[in-house]
Design a protein around this ligand. Structure first.
Ligand SMILES: N[C@@H](CCC(=O)N[C@@H](CS)C(=O)NCC(=O)O)C(=O)O
Length: 203
């Protein structure tokens, strides 16, 4: 059975839990205590020398990086190929958003961490960078229901957590980004959607 090394409050780990649930793929969850730096223990550094979660194991295969894991899970377990198509155009469109999830959207994740865990960082700078991504996303979602291909794909799964969680943590009021806000609510209606333990309740 698939094993997911997971931290409940991590948006990157949440991406994987969402897709596994949406595809009804059974998995075993191993909790990694990021608050107490368990990811830096020799056991975890052996699994991922970058000291980050999520890590997914499927038989003898071990993968790090949420977006790499999403592509693997979709390609292997979505028998209809709707979440991650194999044509060059569709796959590349989706990869743009996977890169955004691992790149610019991490500003939102860092801003959320600063707010929830009081980590030392320049919140103002992170917020400015986050607003820039949200403005772009809001424009992209004008006249679109989903990020690409007119249906939910792993592009939406990858981007949703960081955006939804920053709102739950009170970092942003997404109402100023109407299209993003509607997309967040739409995503919550996808069959198999699971909530994450409310971020705001631990602050
Ligand atoms: N895009 C990377 C982000 C991974 C990442 O930053 N994970 C965080 C949790 S959201 C982590 O493990 N942080 C531990 C640390 O930085 O010490 C991925 O998907 O693997």
């Amino acid at each position: 059975m698939i094993r997911l090394h997971d931290f409940e409050l991590s948006g990157s780990c949440y991406e994987i839990r969402l897709l596994l649930n949406m595809l009804s793929v059974p998995y075993e969850k191993v909790n990694v205590d990021l608050v107490n730096q368990q990811q830096e223990s020799p056991t975890y550094l052996d699994l991922n020398p970058f000291g980050e979660q999520p890590i997914l194991e499927d038989g003898s295969l071990r993968l790090r990086n949420a977006e790499a894991i999403l592509t693997y899970v979709a390609r292997k377990y979505d028998k209809f190929g709707t979440w991650y198509p194999s044509d060059a155009d569709g796959a590349a469109r989706i990869h743009q958003w996977l890169a955004t999830a691992s790149g610019d959207l991490m500003h939102l994740a860092r801003a959320t961490s600063v707010k929830v865990f009081h980590l030392p960082a320049n919140l103002g700078h992170l917020l400015a960078l986050s607003h820039r991504v949200l403005r772009f996303l809001d424009g992209h979602l004008e006249n679109r229901k989903w990020l690409e291909l007119g249906r939910p794909t792993i592009a939406d799964v990858a981007c949703f957590p960081h955006i939804a969680l920053c709102e739950e943590a009170g970092v942003f009021d997404l109402k100023e980004y109407r299209n993003v806000s509607e997309w967040v609510e739409r995503f919550k209606t996808v069959p198999g959607f699971v909530r994450m333990y409310a971020v705001s309740s631990v602050s």
